[in-house]
Design a protein around this ligand. Structure first.
Ligand SMILES: Cc1cc2nc3c(=O)[nH]c(=O)nc-3n(C[C@H](O)[C@H](O)[C@H](O)COP(=O)(O)OP(=O)(O)OC[C@H]3O[C@@H](n4cnc5c(N)ncnc54)[C@H](O)[C@@H]3O)c2cc1C
Length: 379
């Protein structure tokens, strides 16, 4: 055992879900340890548009968003591969901030609140035995009463535990790649644009300072058919959309190399794995075109916190904590994920995307209704 302490809570993965949960638990006076395999600050693939539903929650955690110079985003533009587009106001709107800055700020708040934060520490297994968890990590073994996994879209533990989405054959909801750049570009600061191309879409919106996030999702097949050459894929597939061609030709890349992730899956996942609560993308990932994954990760941390606190106070059993967490998670997110999967299928079919854009131009109410179905209320 690395130390003699039995932590109240051990968290695997320090993205938004894990960091937010660690802060809430530490503020409530409990002993919490968080493992993150990377070292803050670091870049990660994400469109970096956060729905406004998370604003108050982040502020209450101790993140002073205005002082981080976030952008305020109020309008949405969607274009089809042929460049035809519609534009409209977002029902709630959102803000832009790089994950580099946001996650780093949250990690600093976590440390201030007393979270034991192990960076550059990979967790290799979590085992439940005699009402406690043993967490095996690259820095030794630790003990905790509760374990939460918030390790994101895909991790070594998913492979170790043979979670069904890892074993699933190739289908329309898995085997995606995500690619992100930070760029400088002449573009309205209050607009988020989603430009479609064959088997994918690319978002652009302002983050802090004078930077823009350019991030796209596509199939691994698109990259393979471009000889695994990202630049070639951008020139021959993405740039068929004239809007994307213009951006790639005119923008200034802040770093030459993009951040890349592969093997993204939107398949269903279990919420509890051998008494471990799964939160954030580890519990289920909404398709990025909905722009709501970050708010869902933050919101799930709040739901988990409320149940964990009751268990630690001794007012509910472990079984009830797990049941209550699962049912509230489903109540809040299940239908959003379903709509996200439906939209993903739709946006992967060129003629349906073109039809959607046409409908969007004529019936803005339809688009507003779809946005509402993939978003929640402030929490
Ligand atoms: C292309 C793309 C664009 C997106 N755009 C948006 C958007 O614009 N708006 C939005 O709201 N959402 C967006 N999302 C979704 C959003 O990025 C995620 O929903 C969100 O990051 C989930 O947060 P999380 O805390 O669950 O996981 P993450 O933020 O992925 O954090 C997981 C952490 O766990 C760590 N980890 C993994 N395994 C281990 C281990 N074994 N030991 C220790 N640490 C480990 C990782 O290093 C990582 O830091 C996008 C996603 C993609 C793929």
């Amino acid at each position: 055992m690395q130390d003699d302490i039995t932590y109240d809570l051990a968290i695997v993965g320090g993205g938004l879900a894990g960091l937010a949960l660690s802060i809430q638990i530490a503020k409530a006076g409990y002993k919490v340890i968080l493992f993150e395999k990377e070292q803050y600050p670091f870049h990660r693939v994400c469109g970096e548009y956060i729905s406004l539903e998370s604003w108050d929650f982040l502020q209450n955690l101790g993140v002073e968003l205005e002082s981080l110079n976030v952008s305020h985003i109020k309008r949405l533009c969607v274009s089809a591969e042929n460049g035809r587009s519609f534009e409209q106001e977002l029902p709630l709107g959102g803000f832009g901030i790089s994950r580099y800055r946001l996650d780093h700020t949250l990690s600093q708040v976590a440390k201030q609140k007393g979270v034991t934060l192990y960076e550059q520490t990979r967790v290799n297994d979590v085992q439940f035995s005699q009402e406690n968890f043993n967490i095996e990590s690259s820095k030794g073994t630790f003990k905790a009463k509760i374990a939460v996994c918030s390790y994101g879209k895909r991790s070594n533990l998913d492979v170790k535990w043979k979670r069904p989405f890892i074993l699933a054959k190739k289908n329309k909801l898995n085997n995606y790649i995500g690619i992100k750049y930070h760029i400088r570009y002449d573009f309205p600061g209050d607009l988020i644009a989603l430009h479609n191309f064959k088997m994918g879409y690319c978002g652009i919106s302002k983050v802090e300072d004078d930077q823009y996030c350019l991030c796209y999702l596509t199939t691994a097949d698109n990259l393979q058919s471009s000889g695994n050459d990202i630049k070639k894929m951008e020139q021959t597939i993405l740039s068929v959309n004239p809007n994307l061609k213009k951006i790639f030709n005119e923008c200034e890349m802040i770093r030459d190399e993009p951040v890349i992730i592969s093997q993204i899956s939107f398949d269903k996942k279990e919420l509890i794995e051998d008494h471990v609560l799964m939160i954030g993308d580890a519990a289920g990932m909404i398709t990025p075109l909905c722009g709501n994954g970050m708010s869902m990760a933050l919101h799930a941390s709040k739901i988990a916190f409320e149940k964990i606190q009751k268990f630690l106070q001794g007012t509910i059993s472990r079984e009830l904590m797990e049941q209550n967490y699962s049912s509230e998670w489903k109540e809040n997110f299940e239908s959003r994920l379903r709509t996200g999967r439906m939209l993903q299928r739709l946006f992967n079919t060129a003629w349906l995307t073109t039809l959607m854009i046409r409908l969007g131009r004529s019936f803005p109410g339809l688009i507003r209704a779809l946005i509402k179905k993939t978003h929640g209320r402030p929490f």
